[in-house]
Design a binder for this molecule. Sequence first.
Ligand SMILES: *[C@@H]1O[C@H](CO)[C@@H](O)[C@H](O)[C@H]1NC(C)=O
Ligand SMILES: *[C@@H]1O[C@H](CO)[C@@H](O)[C@H](O)[C@H]1NC(C)=O
Ligand SMILES: *[C@@H]1O[C@H](CO)[C@@H](O)[C@H](O)[C@H]1NC(C)=O
Ligand SMILES: *[C@@H]1O[C@H](CO)[C@@H](O)[C@H](O)[C@H]1NC(C)=O
Ligand SMILES: *[C@@H]1O[C@H](CO)[C@@H](O)[C@H](O)[C@H]1NC(C)=O
Ligand SMILES: *[C@@H]1O[C@H](CO)[C@@H](O)[C@H](O)[C@H]1NC(C)=O
Length: 342
Amino acid sequence: MFEIEFQDTLAIKAPKRSPLVLRTVVLLFSMVCGVYICLICLKQITTHTKTKLLNFKVVNQPCQDPDIEESEIPFMHYPDPVTFSREECACNPVRYFAILSMQRSGSGWFETLLNSHVNVSSNGEIFSVRDRMINISSIVNTMDRVYNLDWFTSASKNACSAAVGFKWMLNQGLMEHHNEIAEYFKRNGVSAIFLFRRNLLRRMISLLANSYDKDAKLLNGTHKSHVHSLAEANILAKYKPTLNSTLILPQLKQIEQTAAKAIEYFNSTRRIVLYYEDLINNRTKLREVQEFLWLPYRELTSRQVKIHSGPLSKQVENWNEVEQALKGTSYESFLHSDYFQM
Ligand SMILES: *[C@@H]1O[C@H](CO)[C@@H](O)[C@H](O)[C@H]1NC(C)=O
Ligand SMILES: *[C@@H]1O[C@H](CO)[C@@H](O)[C@H](O)[C@H]1NC(C)=O
Ligand SMILES: *[C@@H]1O[C@H](CO)[C@@H](O)[C@H](O)[C@H]1NC(C)=O
Ligand SMILES: *[C@@H]1O[C@H](CO)[C@@H](O)[C@H](O)[C@H]1NC(C)=O
Ligand SMILES: *[C@@H]1O[C@H](CO)[C@@H](O)[C@H](O)[C@H]1NC(C)=O
Ligand SMILES: *[C@@H]1O[C@H](CO)[C@@H](O)[C@H](O)[C@H]1NC(C)=O
C-alpha cells in the first residue's frame, strides 16, 4: 500500500517536475529560434530589395496618382536607378519610348528637338554598337539600363526625366528580333514613335551622299552626317550622286515594304507614325508628339541645318535617267515634291 502510494506520489511528482524543466528548455529554445528567424527575415528583406533594384522593377504604389486614367497606368513608370537617386522627382512618372526609324530619315534632327525639352532624355542610336544588338539578351539588358535611367549620354536628364528613350534603326536587330522586342515593349509599357520619310527618293540621295562623304570627308577632312550651318550644308550638297537607274524602282519598293512590315510587327505596341516632311511643314506635329508622351508642352528647337534643299533635279548627276525610271510609276511624285521653306 505504502509502496504503491509512494510510487504513486513519485509517479505524480515525477511528471510534474519534468514538464517544468522541459517547458523552460522549450521556452528558451523557442526564444533563440525566434531571434534567429527574425535575423534571417531581416537579411532576406534586404537581399530582396537588392535584387528588386537589380531587376529594374519598380516600387510604384506610393507614387500613384488616384486621378490618373486606367489606360495610362501601364505607361507610367517610377524607375529607381542604381546609379543615382531621383530625389524630389521620384514621384514624377517617366514614360518609355523608342524612335523606330531608318538612316537618313531625319531622326537625328528629330532627336535634337526632343532633347531640347527639359524633361526628355533620348539617348541616341545605342544599337549602332554591334555587341549590344548581337542577341536578344544583350538587347534586353541594354534596354533595361536605359529605361531604368542607368544609361549615361549627353542627353541624360537624370532626376527629372519625364520621358526616356533612344532611337533605333530598323536594320539594327529590330526586324530580326521583332517578336521578343514587341513583347518587351508590351510588358514594360514602351511606346513606339515611328519616323519615316515620305519622299524615299530624297532619302536615297541623302544615303548615297552621306556614304560618299564617309570617304571623301568634304568638310576639311572630317566626315559629318549632320551639320549646323548653311555654309557646311552647301559644301556637302555640292556632291551629286549618280543613281543606278535599274535599281531605283526595286530599291524604293523594298524600303517601302520594310517600313510597312515594321509598323505591322509592332501592332500590339502603343505607337505614333510620323513623317519627316510633316514635321518640317507642320509645327503642330511636335505638339502631338509631346501629347503622345504626356509631356508638359514646350517649344522645341534644333540647331541642325538641312543638307539638301531645293529641287531634286539639281542634286543628282544623272537626273534624266532617274526621271525616266520613275515616270508612270507610283513613285513619280517623288520627282517633283519639294519642301516649303523651313
Ligand atoms: C549574347 O551576347 C553577349 C555579348 O556578346 C554574350 O556575352 C552572351 O553570352 C550572349 N548570350 C547568348 C544567350 O547568346
Ligand atoms: C521637368 O524638369 C523640371 C526641371 O528639372 C522639374 O522641375 C519638373 O518637375 C519636371 N517635370 C516633369 C513632368 O517631370
Ligand atoms: C575649313 O578650314 C578653313 C581654313 O582653315 C576655314 O576657313 C573654314 O571655315 C573651314 N571650313 C569648315 C566647313 O570647317
Ligand atoms: C546597276 O545595278 C545592276 C544590278 O546590280 C548592275 O548589274 C549594273 O552594273 C549597275 N549599273 C551601274 C551603272 O552601276
Ligand atoms: C498584328 O500583326 C500580325 C502579323 O504580324 C497579325 O497576325 C495580327 O493579326 C495583327 N494584329 C492586329 C490587332 O492587327
Ligand atoms: C498639322 O498637324 C495637325 C496634328 O497632327 C493636324 O491636325 C493638322 O491637320 C495638320 N495641318 C496641316 C496643314 O496639315
